[in-house]
Design a protein around this ligand. Structure first.
Ligand code: HEM
Length: 337
């Protein structure tokens, strides 16, 4: 009996050691160049797919940038936004309306699976594609840390915490704070709206019923309101798309900060950034830099890159907490572009 006990103890010890070693081996940290040994072409495969897609579809950079934000904000940057084989999938939530770029992520994943099977996570592809999108739109390059693993869970209800276009500045600040982001992060990340478009779907309250009296958001510059209303008329087609930055929709620059200050923000959540002392000061800080420093947009672009790295670290799953998903296992592979 004593002999049996001794053996069992050793056996349990051995199991624990193996388990510990496995966790240590798998529980990698995010780092730049995570795939350099096991899939050295990973980053260039993603950037080629993004480049080709953007040549075919000029909206692609904006869609891919938005996709990364929406992936990260719900359950962390874990590729869960891609899952579409469950009835109540996260990606069908109201706040995710208009998301695109799924087919391009799938395309990159398919190529990566051919070259290095089961190595590169979907979450990392989304993060890399967002960076490539920023660069293609003229923004500054930033290094993307990789090593995320994919989540397995997708649920519509998890998306409730997404910021809503009609949230007050207090709610926007709170939603970002809950995820570890400062007011500065909120402003600089919203600066992503320097590229891309919105559907009129997100505009009715701001343009036609701000306080329930058929009025418009008073923060809209009176010179801009007629233009916005003519593009998105009351009871008009909600699928019509208008630029988020009406002066330079396709260029990643700091124009959005000027727009916010001058009442030319298009969606309400951008306008709200000027409602609050702290966020207003952040917006102004980018404009002041411009006066004193000719190299201005680099300050906005540099900060944007830093904020994106922070976004990319949000609740990531490494090691045993996630997996390298084969996208086809979880997705019907539908194109939503
Ligand atoms: C502050 C909270 C935010 C709110 C309420 C918000 C809301 C929206 C809305 C309503 C649209 C239009 C969607 C459509 O019609 O397709 C949009 C587009 C976009 N958002 Fe945001 N957003 C927020 C933050 C962010 C962040 C942090 C990023 C990225 C870092 C981002 C990137 C984009 C991009 C690039 C587009 C254009 C997409 C396209 O052209 O298809 N947004 N956002």
């Amino acid at each position: 009996m004593a002999f049996f006990n001794k053996n069992s103890k050793s056996f349990i010890k051995l199991i624990l050691i193996i388990y510990f070693l496995q966790i240590t081996a798998l529980n990698g940290q995010l780092r730049v160049g995570f795939y350099s040994e096991r899939c050295h072409n990973a980053e260039s495969i993603v950037s080629t797919v993004v480049k080709e897609a953007s040549q075919r579809e000029p909206r692609m950079p904006a869609m891919l940038l938005r996709l990364h934000f929406h992936d990260c904000f719900v359950q962390g940057c874990d590729g869960s936004i891609l899952i579409d084989n469950v009835k109540e999938a996260e990606r069908n939530a109201f706040g995710h309306e208009g998301l695109g770029g799924f087919a391009e992520i799938q395309k990159a994943k398919t190529q990566l699976e051919t070259q290095c099977p089961a190595v590169v996570s979907c979450a990392d592809i989304v993060a890399l594609a967002a960076r490539d999108a920023v660069v293609l739109a003229g923004g500054a390059f930033y290094e993307v840390e990789t090593g995320r693993r994919d989540g397995r869970v997708s649920d519509l209800s998890f998306a409730e915490k997404m910021p809503d276009v009609d949230d007050s500045i207090e709610v926007l600040k709170q939603k970002f704070k809950t995820k570890g982001f400062t007011e500065k992060d909120l402003v600089i990340l919203s600066g992503a709206h320097t590229i891309g478009t919105t559907a009129c779907f997100f505009m009715p309250k701001r343009l036609h019923n701000f306080t329930g009296k058929s009025d418009a958001d008073p923060s809209i510059n009176p010179k801009f309101l007629p233009e916005l209303r003519s593009k998105c008329p009351k009871n008009g087609d909600v699928n019509v798309r208008i630029s988020l930055d009406n002066l330079s929709e396709k260029k990643f620059d700091d124009q959005i900060m000027h727009n916010i200050k001058n009442g030319f923000a298009v969606i309400a959540s951008d306008a709200r950034l000027y409602d609050d002392n702290i966020t207003r000061a952040v917006v102004n800080s980018y404009l002041q830099t411009e006066i004193s420093d000719l190299n201005t947009s680099s300050s906005f672009e540099k900060d944007f890159g830093l904020a994106m790295v922070k976004l990319g670290r949000l609740e990531v799953k490494t090691g045993l907490l996630g997996e390298i998903r084969k996208i086809s296992e979880f997705s019907h592979g539908t194109s939503q572009n």
